[in-house]
Design a protein around this ligand. Structure first.
Ligand SMILES: NC(=O)c1ccc[n+]([C@@H]2O[C@H](COP(=O)([O-])OP(=O)(O)OC[C@H]3O[C@@H](n4cnc5c(N)ncnc54)[C@H](OP(=O)(O)O)[C@@H]3O)[C@@H](O)[C@H]2O)c1
Length: 314
C-alpha cells in the first residue's frame, strides 16, 4: 500500500514506519524539519517531505495517490503558535476533509486513553476527544480506526528515559505530583503492531481500540521500576495535590516544560483500559521488565562493564 504517515518522525512514528517498510509498504512522511527524519530517509521505500500539514492544500497534495493515511501528530504542550486545538482537533478536521477530496478512504487515528471532548480534565484530552469526533462524523466516506493507548514505553520514549534522567539529576530524589495515578504502560512495538494489523483488516473499520500493557502501575511504581532497572537510587517525595499544582505551574514555565498544569490535570484520571484492544487484535503485550533492561542499560553499563572487563582481564 501507499501510506502517508503524519507524525511519522516521532517516537511511535519511527517504530511504525520501520515496520510498514519491512512489510513492503511505500511510506510518505511529512515533517516540519527534515533533520528530524534523517533516520527514516535512509529506508528504501520512505519518502520524506518537508511540508506544513496544517495547510489544507498541502495536505491534499500529500494525500494524492495514497491508499491510507495515519495520523500520529500530537503535542503534550502548546509551543511556537501550535495549540492543542490546532494540532489535535483542527488538524483532524482538515485531514478528514482532505481525505474526502482526494478519495482516500482509510484513516488510522492516534488518540489517547481518556480522550473526551466534554469531560476530559485537560485541554490535551478534550482536544484529542474532539479530534475523535471529527473522524467518527466522517464515517460515510471514511473507513477509520481509532487507537487510545495508555502511556507508551520503549527506547527513545519520553517517559522512562525522562524519569531516569531526572533521578540522575536529583541524585535519586524526586518530588512527584499525582504519584498514585494509575497507568498500564504499553510497549511501542505493540502499539505499532496494532496499527500494522488493522491497516487492511475490514473488521477494524469504525472500531476504537484501547491499548494497554499487561500490568497496572501507579506513577510511583513506574518510577521505582525505572530506577531499579537503571540501578539508580530512588527517594520519592509524594507531593500533596496543592503542592503538585504549584510544582506543575512552575515547571511549566521552564523551557521544554518538564510538567505543565495541563499535564497535571491529565494525570487526575487513571490511564487504564476498559477493554483489551491488543487481545482483540491477537497481540500479546510485552511487560516493562522484558524491555526496559535493553535500553536503560547504558545507565548501568559504563562502570559495571569496566568492572567486568577488569575481572576478565585478570
Ligand atoms: N508517547 C506516549 O506515551 C503517548 C501516549 C498516548 C498517546 N500518544 C499519542 O501518540 C502520538 C505520537 O506520540 P509520540 O510520543 O510519538 O510523539 P512525538 O515523538 O513527540 O512525535 C510527534 C510527531 O508529531 C509531529 N508534530 C509535533 N508538533 C507538530 C505540529 N505543531 N505540527 C505538525 N506536526 C507536529 C512531529 O513531526 P515533526 O517534528 O517531524 O514535524 C512528530 O513526528 C501523539 O498523537 C500522542 O498524543 C502518545
Amino acid at each position: 500500500m501507499n501510506i502517508c504517515v503524519l507524525g511519522g518522525t516521532g517516537f511511535v512514528g519511527t517504530e511504525l514506519v520501520t515496520r510498514l517498510v519491512r512489510q513492503g509498504h511505500w511510506v510518505r512522511v511529512p515533517t516540519r524539519s527534515p533533520g528530524r527524519a534523517q533516520h527514516l530517509a535512509v529506508l528504501s521505500t520512505v519518502e520524506v517531505v518537508t511540508a506544513n500539514v496544517h495547510d489544507p492544500r498541502t495536505l491534499g497534495q500529500l494525500l494524492g495517490g495514497m491508499d491510507a493515511v495515519i495520523n500520529l501528530i500530537g503535542i503534550l504542550n502548546p509551543s511556537g503558535g501550535a495549540t492543542f486545538q490546532s494540532v489535535h482537533a483542527d488538524l483532524a478536521a482538515k485531514l478528514v476533509a482532505a481525505a474526502h477530496l482526494t478519495k482516500v478512504r482509510r484513516l488510522l487515528q492516534m488518540s489517547a486513553m481518556g480522550s473526551d471532548r466534554e469531560r476530559g480534565p485537560s485541554r490535551y484530552l478534550r482536544s484529542k476527544g474532539e479530534a475523535e469526533e471529527h473522524v467518527r462524523a466522517a464515517a460515510a466516506h471514511l473507513d477509520f480506526t481509532i487507537f487510545r493507548p495508555s502511556v507508551i514505553f520503549g527506547p527513545r520514549d519520553s517517559l522512562t528515559n525522562r524519569f531516569a534522567a531526572l533521578l540522575r539529576l536529583g541524585g535519586g530524589f524526586l518530588p512527584l505530583a499525582r504519584s498514585q495515578s494509575r497507568f498500564a504502560p504499553v510497549y511501542v512495538g505493540d502499539v505499532a503492531e496494532a496499527f500494522v494489523r488493522t491497516l487492511d483488516d475490514r473488521r477494524s473499520f469504525g472500531e476504537t481500540y484501547e491499548l494497554c500493557g499487561p500490568e497496572i502501575l501507579t506513577l510511583e511504581q513506574l518510577v521505582r521500576m525505572t530506577a531499579a532497572v537503571a540501578r539508580l537510587p530512588c527517594h520519592i517525595l509524594r507531593l500533596p495535590a496543592a503542592i503538585g499544582l504549584l510544582q506543575a505551574a512552575l515547571l511549566g514555565l521552564l523551557p521544554g516544560k518538564p510538567l505543565s498544569l495541563d499535564n497535571f490535570r491529565s494525570l487526575s484520571v487513571d490511564s487504564v483500559c476498559t477493554q483489551d484492544g491488543l487481545a482483540r487484535l491477537g497481540i500479546l503485550p510485552r511487560h516493562m521488565m522484558a524491555v526496559l533492561p535493553f535500553y536503560l542499560g547504558p545507565f548501568i553499563a559504563p562502570a559495571e562493564l569496566d568492572a567486568d572487563r577488569r575481572t576478565h582481564d585478570q
